[in-house]
Design a binder for this molecule. Structure first.
Ligand SMILES: [Zn+2]
Length: 350
C-alpha cells in the first residue's frame, strides 16, 4: 500500500502538535497567532492555552522552536503538553492548580525554519537577534547578531526595518497574555550551547542587572531547595556573552510598572551529547539535538520538574514574592552572587 502523501507543510513536530490539539480539545484553547511562508508553503504559529480564565491569574508561557534546528526544545514542550493531558484525566490537584494559574504554550515559534531545517526563519533572520536594541558592549563576532546579510548566520534583519512576523507574534503574546498580570513567567527552550543545561535571564544586551534580580534569586533558591540535583547553571545571559536584539530583553524592558515578569531561557547544553557521540558533529541536526533515543528520553524527562515547579510558584506567590526590607537584603545577596564577571574572567571563558 502506498502511504498517504504528507501535506506540504508537514513535519513531525507540527503533526504531533496538531494531533495533541485534536485530542486535547476539551482542555486546550488553540489559536493561530500568525502565519509564515516558505517556498510556497504556509505554516501556522500556534498558541495553546489552558487553565484559569481570570485575566489577573498568574501565568506561565512556555516557548520553543524559535531556532528551527533546535527541535529538542519543541519536543520537550509537546511531551509536557501530552503529560498534562493525561494527568488531567485523573489529577484533581492539577485541576485545582489550573483554576488559579494560566498556562500558555507556543511550542513552534518558527515553523518555517523547522520545516526547512535551518536556525533562521524563511527570510533568513535569526529571531533571537531580531529586536531593535543593540548591546552596550562587545558581542561575539557574528554570533552576537550581524546586519551584513542573511547569507551569514545570526542575521538581525535590516536596520530600522520592522521585526519579523514570528517575533512580533511572540512579543504580542507576552505583552497581552503575560505582562498584563501581576506575576508571570516565560521559559524559552533552546539547545546547542554549553556543557551543561543553563537557565539564562535578562540581560543579553548589558552586564547591568535586571530590576527583578531579587525575584529571580528567590526562584533560583527555591528551585534548588526543591530539586537539589537539577544541575542548571542559573545566571544572567550576559555572564556568557552579550548579544544584540534579544527578544526577551526587549519584552522584559516593556513590563508594566509594578508587575513581575520573569523570562528565562532554558539552554540545553548539547556539547556533552556530542562528546558522548562525536559522529553527531557531522550532522547539522545532531549539533543541536541528542540523537540516541535514550539520550532524548533523558532530556525529555529532566526538565518537567522545572515546569511543574514554576506552576507551583505561580500558584502561591504570597509564599515567596519578596517585599520591603527583606527584598533589599535579598537584592544584596543576589548582587553578590551574580556579580558581573570581570573583563579578564570573561575573556578566559570565551
Ligand atoms: Zn536557540
Amino acid at each position: 500500500m502506498v502511504p498517504p502523501t504528507p501535506a506540504p507543510d508537514s513535519f513531525a513536530e507540527l503533526d504531533l502538535l496538531r494531533a495533541l490539539l485534536e485530542v486535547g480539545r476539551p482542555y486546550f484553547e488553540a489559536e493561530v497567532v500568525c502565519e509564515t511562508e516558505c517556498r510556497g508553503n504556509r505554516f501556522p504559529v500556534h498558541l495553546v492555552s489552558l487553565g484559569s480564565q481570570d485575566p489577573a491569574a498568574p501565568a506561565i508561557g512556555l516557548f520553543a522552536g524559535i531556532h528551527g534546528l533546535e527541535r529538542i526544545g519543541t519536543q520537550l514542550l509537546l511531551d509536557y503538553m501530552r503529560s498534562l493531558l493525561k494527568r488531567l484525566e485523573w489529577d484533581a490537584l492539577l485541576h485545582l492548580q489550573l483554576q488559579s494559574v494560566r498556562l500558555l504554550f507556543m511550542p513552534i515559534v518558527n515553523p518555517a525554519g523547522m520545516w526547512a531545517g535551518r536556525r533562521a526563519n524563511a527570510n533568513g533572520v535569526d529571531l533571537m537577534r531580531n529586536a531593535p536594541q543593540d548591546a552596550d558592549g562587545p558581542v561575539p563576532f557574528l554570533a552576537g547578531g550581524q546586519r551584513v546579510g542573511s547569507w551569514l548566520p545570526w542575521y538581525r534583519g535590516p536596520a530600522g526595518g520592522p521585526m519579523e512576523r514570528e517575533s512580533l507574534a511572540l512579543l504580542q503574546v507576552v505583552q497581552e497574555r503575560l505582562q498584563t498580570r501581576k506575576l508571570s513567567f516565560a521559559v524559552d527552550c533552546h539547545s546547542g550551547y554549553g556543557w551543561r543545561d543553563s537557565i539564562w535571564f535578562p540581560y543579553a544586551r548589558t552586564c547591568t542587572a535586571m530590576a527583578n534580580l531579587p525575584e529571580m534569586y528567590v526562584i533560583k533558591t527555591l528551585f534548588e531547595q526543591a530539586h537539589p540535583h537539577h544541575g542548571y547553571a542559573f545566571e544572567p545571559q550576559s555572564h556568557q556573552y552579550l548579544a544584540h536584539g534579544d527578544l526577551w530583553d526587549y519584552a522584559y524592558d516593556r513590563t508594566p510598572a509594578g508587575h513581575v515578569f520573569l523570562p528565562m531561557t532554558l539552554e540545553l547544553g548539547s556539547w556533552l551529547w556530542i562528546k558522548k557521540n562525536p559522529r553527531q558533529l557531522f550532522s547539522r541536526h545532531g549539533i543541536f539535538n541528542p540523537i540516541k533515543a535514550h539520550r532524548t528520553a533523558r532530556v525529555l524527562r529532566r526538565h518537567v520538574s522545572l515546569f511543574d515547579f514554576l506552576a507551583r510558584a505561580a500558584y502561591a506567590p504570597q509564599g515567596w514574592l519578596p517585599a520591603g526590607p527583606a527584598r533589599e537584603a535579598i537584592l544584596r545577596e543576589a548582587s553578590e552572587h551574580w556579580q558581573a564577571p570581570t573583563r579578564r574572567q570573561w575573556r578566559q571563558w570565551r
